[in-house]
Design a protein around this ligand. Structure first.
Ligand code: NAD
Ligand code: UD1
Length: 338
């Protein structure tokens, strides 16, 4: 199948390219490198020993989208391109709506013009907000607590209405829990451009000596050790969920959201201990108050993905931390070191 991957040079996109190519798909990337470097695609090509057509441009740009539709004629699109920093989204709401919602609209318009009716969309568990119950299933109410989360939910609504308007269309919405880890080669991984917002890349940068200590945000949550619990998912498992979703979209019209998580959750302390096992060092920590907007615990019910996509996570916590450490220790400054 010809698969256009928007945001394919990013963290999750790059891992997904590898899994798509391993399954024999032809891939094409559109990325504006707002949060990535072209070096990523160089490495993915080497790892996959294959071709990747790539276009540098903005997903909101109709001209480049039409060009890709003409040159590459995708059968399906996997749409990762977007902005994802929660605190930045509160400061720059219009930018986030523009890129995340406007980008999705522009892409769907271009797909319509070209007669492409299949899309896999990167959504987030953050669309659920404060839990009424855990684990979240896909029927849990959605009430995101941030601008970022609302842009994801709004894009989901656009996709739902788009898919509902024509029986030839299919939209699969993947609600990712907390993606972590890196490819087994240690050649690609997560490379935050700034101070990491998320737990795992922060711990990895402490371990490699780039930061003095991890700040633990809150030790008074209603969880067994008082720190926040999350459902961490290995990025390679997440990448494989996209391959399964493409298959599903090919046989199922309409729209369907899926939780993509393991169904297990771990605390901040659990993550620190697991990382210490992986890297053989102690991770210095210091305690701070809760981070605004954080919730105590999140956990996926991944049963629907298992039943309908035939997908389930294969990697455990130690595989997540070991692969993160392998990537970070081999590339202490991420892609910058070349
Ligand atoms: P990322 O920032 O590494 O990847 C996004 C890619 O999109 C980057 O390569 C960036 O350069 C590109 N991009 C950004 N704006 C663009 C634009 N206007 N036009 C073209 N390209 C553009 O992020 P990621 O972690 O790989 O996330 C991929 C998707 O998954 C995003 O939509 C994100 O919101 C979603 N998501 C991520 C997480 C997570 O924790 N990483 C969790 C849930 C959902
Ligand atoms: C954050 C985003 C969420 C997004 C998700 C995945 C916020 C409020 N939420 O969620 O919208 O979908 O990332 O990209 O930003 N922690 C620390 N110290 C740190 C970093 C994190 O103690 O330096 C704790 C957090 O308080 C939390 C856990 O680690 O309990 C996980 O944090 P993080 O990796 O940022 O993910 P989320 O909070 O789930």
């Amino acid at each position: 199948m010809h698969v256009l991957v928007t945001g394919g040079a990013g963290y999750i996109g790059s891992h997904t390219l590898i899994e798509l190519m391993a399954e024999g798909h032809d891939v094409c990337v559109l990325d504006n490198y707002a949060n990535a470097t072209p070096e990523v695609l160089t490495r993915v090509r080497t790892l996959s020993n294959g071709q990747i057509a790539d276009y540098r441009g903005d997903v909101r740009d109709a001209a480049i989208l039409d060009q890709i539709m003409q040159d590459f004629a995708p059968d399906a699109v996997v749409h990762f391109a977007g902005l994802k920093a929660v605190s930045e989204s509160q400061q720059k709401p219009l930018t986030y709506y523009d890129v995340n919602v406007g980008g999705t609209l522009a892409l769907l318009h271009a797909m319509d013009r070209a007669g492409c009716g299949r899309i896999i969309f990167s959504s987030s568990a953050t669309v659920y907000g404060e839990p009424d119950y855990l684990p979240y299933d896909e029927a849990h109410p959605t009430r995101p607590a941030s601008v970022y989360g609302r842009t994801k939910l709004m894009a989901e609504q656009v996709l739902t209405d788009w898919a509902g308007a024509d029986p030839g269309r299919s939209a699969v919405i993947l609600r990712y829990f907390n993606p972590v880890g890196a490819h087994g080669s240690a050649r690609i991984g997560e490379d935050p451009q700034d101070i990491p917002n998320n737990l795992m890349p922060y711990i990895a940068q402490v371990a490699v000596g780039r930061r003095p200590a991890l700040t633990i945000f809150g030790d008074d949550y209603d969880t067994p050790d008082g720190t926040g619990q999350r459902d961490y998912i290995h990025v390679v498992d997440l990448a494989r969920a996209h391959v399964a979703a493409l298959d599903y979209a090919g046989r199922t019209p309409g729209v369907r959201p899926f939780n993509i998580g393991t169904g297990q959750s771990y605390s901040v302390i659990d993550m620190v201990r697991a990382f210490e096992r992986a890297c053989g060092q102690t991770i210095p920590t210091r305690q701070a108050p809760r981070r605004a907007g954080d919730i105590a615990a999140m956990q996926a019910d991944p049963a629907r993905a298992q039943a309908e996509l035939g997908w389930r996570a294969q990697h455990d916590l130690d595989a997540m931390t070991a692969s993160t450490w392998a990537w970070q220790s081999a590339n202490p400054h991420g892609y910058d070191a070349g």
